[in-house]
Design a protein around this ligand. Sequence first.
Ligand code: HEC
Length: 437
Amino acid sequence: MQKRTIRIFKFAAIAAVPITLFAFSTGPPIKRTGAPVDDGGRTCTACHTSFALNDGTGGSVAIIASPYQPGVKQTITVRVNHPTAIRFGFQLTARPTSDETKEAGTFAESDLVQVRCDPTGNAPCNGALEFAEHRQIATGAGQPGPRQFTIEWTPPATDVGPVVFYAAGNAANNSGSPSGDHIYNTKLIIPAATSIPRPAISDNGVLNGASFLTGCAPNGWLQIKGLNLNLNTRVWQESDFDGNKLPTQLDNTSVKISGKDAFVYYISPTQVNALAPAEDTVGPVSVQVTTNGVTSNIFSAQLQRLAPAFFLFKDNNIAATHSDNSILGAATLFPGASTPAKPGETITLYGSGFGPTNPGIPNGEIPTVSANLANTVTIRIGGVDVTPTFAGISARSAGLYQFNVRVPDSAADGDLPVVATLAGVSSPSGPTIRVQK
Ligand code: HEC
């Protein structure tokens, strides 16, 4: 009796609400992947308005795909995740980069994926733009992430040059409404496997990732300049990590230092940033980039035990923060966000290449505990030597050395030079912090 009452009530409620309201988790409207040529790049946030697009709360969407063999079917994966989400959806489209208003290849429907055509109807789309998206059953109501949607895609029959995929993902709260859901979007460009250009590292192309001068150290950042390093431009994101392990490739670009994996933070056509492995190898090393299975020239570099340098916000302004984590710098550096340091204040400076720590850093992992520098470091601020209250790597900060120091009481107003020295090796002179009484 009780059961029946509930069923009748539910039915009555559904009947009272316009049926279109219930049509969305069954598959969103087309042109919501963020592709700029589709109505200016709209995504799901047109209706799922609770949070900003790509909010920084730990979620992400990623597209995983290999170079395409013309006409040969392959699987594309769209991965959506958020720490608190328990229902997921997506939409994906493929375009030749030579003309993004055209479709590239065809998606196949499955039990979990449907394919919508522009302007209406479902696949086959006969050359019209295609949008692969979740079926309602695939949203997995109540199941935590990450959620991987796999889509069968048959590329164009001939090499049409690079193909770009656009995807939007919804990491939802299973409320049965558009509220409380996190929306992410991304894109991925893949080349035809038949025409992958060879990556090349430029002359003087390997530099310290903090100072942009020569000199790199184990567990220090490298900046690699070159050509054809990747078709995509991005930094690592949540989906690139395997638990605590740092990524050894982003979108099929990896870096080896004398045959050992470096950890890739940033890719673009002309620049890659990577963290050197944390170990004792020093001396001459070979640096090589591999993109989509094609290896670059070998670049010979010197790995030094210590190659200390401060990260820079821009020009010579050292990347530094106040104790409340706000940005340290002249008010004009990042208007509205940065403020100068005061004499006597404790600030944090960030750097790379400061060498071994105690305990040692686990190679290729996000450190779970903080570790002090093995060598004693002195930091000279405006000509006055200061001993940091902390010098080392904090927990959860891969490859990021940090120094908590007290700005000398005697510090004058202006841009004061800062130099760090340990075991007889100094950071380059030039970088400064702004002090204002
Ligand atoms: C035109 C408005 C609109 C757009 C655009 C839209 N949605 Fe929705 N979506 C809704 C509504 C309304 C609901 C709630 C009703 C339902 O579940 O069908 C919903 C619900 C959902 C749910 C279930 C949410 C939950 O917490 O239970 C998912 C998943 C979803 N949408 C995915 C997407 C994705 C992915 C996109 C973008 C590619 C998208 N939606 C774009 C209106 C929209």
